[in-house]
Design a protein. Structure first.
Length: 666
């Protein structure tokens, strides 16, 4: 039976090539063949394949091009290794009739999940001996030495094969010509005393042909601060080549720096084709004496795989926080002519740095306002401004900013406010401040809180807020209708919150009462004070849930519950019973993978560690889930795995658990 190691990424060229090189190296060590997917032509922003492409802000940008498979590879390499329909059919009938990047994934029962915890020997034995698994999926964008337990000999072998993999890729003649030309130029510079490279990345993180710049602080360290670039270029005493995707900003920086040691890579290439330019640049970068760049950039990572001896200097670690801030202050006057979105990016960095060193309202507002004036469709700057104003108890000004922003572009403002990526909401820190400080006296701030609460699923709190918003504003009223029409299953805490908000509002009304009326309700003051404390506790619980989820969701995400849930779902049909072993095996593999990823994450950043289950506000209610049928069945299956004879009695155990569950319901 033929087995393959396969990769199928659909992002940029850097990530795809790293994955392909890993695939080739692992396949070579296993003694089997490899295959790769290559999604159809892609270029972020929809530009054309040459240097004349301009983003929406009219900035000349080398696009995020990957090209068609025939734009990159030669016919022999494609014929032998590229996945097409015929190979998909050979791999089996499960979701593979049109084998492509969408169907080739770890949910396929024919796929072996490459878990980080496996030693290479264990992975090799398990994969090659498993009669069902036909391919192992490799999609890492770093080297596997960080994810497998190699012994010293295996690690050296892997590193050697990884370096060799790039040379073994069957590039077409156009790409080969660019690679050879780059090597020739690099060797000339190396023979003349060597050179450094500064990888200046802005592209989709900064310019307005992409929405990434809207997403809070997401990926801002994947792009390079133009102030730091100017400082390094201006002060370099040795030959330094600037490799960049933003042609306009780079030329302005080189003009201002006026350093004869600085060379622009765009002036070294014969071709201006974006795809060919990419391969030229990675050779120039990988052959350098040292590389200034970001290890968050896949292009920089790719260069270290091509040349393991390359010294990479993380540009945001070269300078301290205070040094970065000083460099920005010194270089800002010289950057006045760079594109507006690039300059807005500099002001946003200044805002972040000053927030760390000199936290204060005036400085934050000034930098955010300057950034917004330069990038007026990016409402993240206004949302951060609202956050700071609320924290400084300037609700009237925050209300004005919220109102004017939504009048300017309601949908654009809410898109940024509620944007959610795989790890959660990009503006989470602002959400927390808005929810904790909800005040029904401020219409637009309350509307923002209601939108957040509704989006995270706290329907009852959103209902209460919108029911108290008295306005003729059509989009607020339309949203209120939608919320009030939404059915919700809310617990006692939501009911208490509604009562406490009402009591909290009564405090403001006390000022309008007569002395006699105040005397009559004096005895209620202590109760109101207590209720306010409870309100703060409930708000804190809500923020806790926003950050860590609920105890119920934690238990439902345990392997025990997930297995039982899958057993119930797949016991409703004959086909379900047939595929159940594959589904359960997949759930186990994915759960193990998630646990490994979590452990790696908290090793890097211990603050991300999830609190103990007992500390969750809904723990006492959630613990009842352990008596549910799903949990009991999953528990029985896991206990079965621990016993050699367990599977013989499993059916009877499950039947007994199900019968007991039915009796308890009655």
């Amino acid at each position: 039976m033929d087995k393959f190691v396969v990769c199928s990424r659909d992002d940029g060229s850097g990530g795809r090539l790293i994955s392909l090189m890993n695939t080739m190296a692992i396949a070579d060590m296993l003694g089997c063949d490899f295959r790769f997917c290559w999604a159809s032509y892609q270029e972020t922003g929809g530009g054309i394949l040459n240097s004349k492409y301009f983003g929406d802000d009219k900035i000349k940008v080398n696009g995020h091009s990957t090209g068609e498979v025939y734009d990159i590879f030669d016919e022999k390499f494609i014929k032998e290794h590229f996945i097409e329909k015929e190979l998909g059919d050979k791999l089996g009938q499960y979701n593979t009739k049109n084998m492509n990047i969408g169907s080739l994934d770890s949910q396929n029962p024919l796929c072996y999940s490459m878990n980080k915890e496996n030693s290479f020997v264990k992975f090799k034995n398990d994969f090659l001996q498993d009669e069902l698994k036909r391919f192992a999926l490799v999609n890492q964008t770093s080297d596997y030495a960080k994810h497998f337990y190699f012994d010293e000999g295996q690690s050296k072998e892997y590193k050697s094969k990884l370096k060799k993999a790039f040379c073994d890729i069957g590039f077409n003649q156009n790409i080969k010509n660019m690679i050879n030309k780059a090597r020739e130029i690099a060797n000339t510079y190396l023979n003349d005393g060597g050179y450094s490279v500064l990888h200046f990345r802005l592209g989709d993180i900064v310019h307005d042909y992409s929405k990434t710049r809207f997403y809070g602080k997401e990926a801002i360290y994947k792009a390079t601060n133009p102030s730091l670039v100017l400082h390094i270029i201006k002060n370099s005493k040795n030959k330094i080549i600037l490799c960049a995707d933003d042609i306009t900003t780079s030329r302005e920086i080189l003009k201002v720096a006026n350093n004869p040691n600085a060379i622009f890579v765009d002036d070294l290439r014969d071709s201006k084709n974006n795809i060919e330019a990419f391969y030229f640049d990675i050779i120039i970068m990988s052959m350098a004496t040292q590389l200034f760049g970001s290890t968050n950039s896949q292009m920089s990572r790719l260069c270290t795989l091509i040349n393991p001896d390359l010294v990479v200097k993380e540009i945001y670690e070269i300078f301290s926080t205070s040094e970065q801030l000083q460099i920005i202050k010194e270089t800002l006057p010289d950057l006045k002519n760079i594109p507006q979105t690039s300059l807005a990016f500099v002001y946003f960095h200044r805002y972040i740095l000053e927030s760390k060193l000199n936290p204060g309202l005036n400085g934050a507002i000034l930098n955010l306002n300057r950034a917004f004036l330069l990038d007026p469709s990016n409402f993240k700057y206004k949302i951060y401004e609202i956050k700071h104003l609320i924290q400084d108890n300037k609700f009237e000004m925050a209300e004005y900013i919220a109102r004017s922003s939504m009048l300017l572009d309601h949908d654009g403002f809410l898109y940024i406010l509620l944007k959610k990526l795989f790890y959660g909401y990009t503006m989470y820190d602002c959400h927390k401040v808005l929810i904790e400080n909800t005040n029904l006296n401020y219409l637009y701030l309350s509307y923002m809180s209601a939108r957040i609460l509704y989006d995270i699923g706290n329907i009852q709190c959103a209902k209460y807020i919108v029911s108290k918003l008295n306005t003729n504003n059509w989009y607020i009223n339309e949203f209120a209708k939608k919320v009030l029409a939404t059915k919700s299953e809310f617990d006692e805490k939501d009911k208490i919150l509604e009562k406490l908000i009402i009591n909290n509002l009564e405090i403001d009304n006390l000022k309008e009462l007569s002395q006699k009326e105040l005397d009559d309700i004096k005895l209620q003051n202590e109760n109101i004070k207590s209720n306010n404390q409870k309100l703060q506790k409930i708000n804190a619980d809500l923020c806790f849930a926003l950050n860590y989820g609920t105890a119920k969701s934690r238990i439902k995400n345990q392997l025990t519950y997930k297995l039982g849930e899958a057993m119930i779902e797949n016991s409703k049909s004959l086909w379900g019973y047939i595929r159940m072993p594959f589904i359960l095996s997949y759930i186990k593999d994915m759960h193990k993978k998630e646990q490994i990823a979590y452990n790696e994450k908290i090793k890097t950043n211990p603050s991300l560690k999830i609190p103990p289950l007992e500390s969750y506000p809904d723990y006492n209610e959630a613990i009842k889930l352990k008596n549910h049928l799903s949990y009991k069945l999953g528990e029985a299956l896991i206990n079965t795995d621990k016993s050699k004879l367990g599977y013989i009695t499993l059916w009877f155990k499950c039947k007994n658990i199900t019968n007991k569950s039915l009796i308890n319901k009655e």
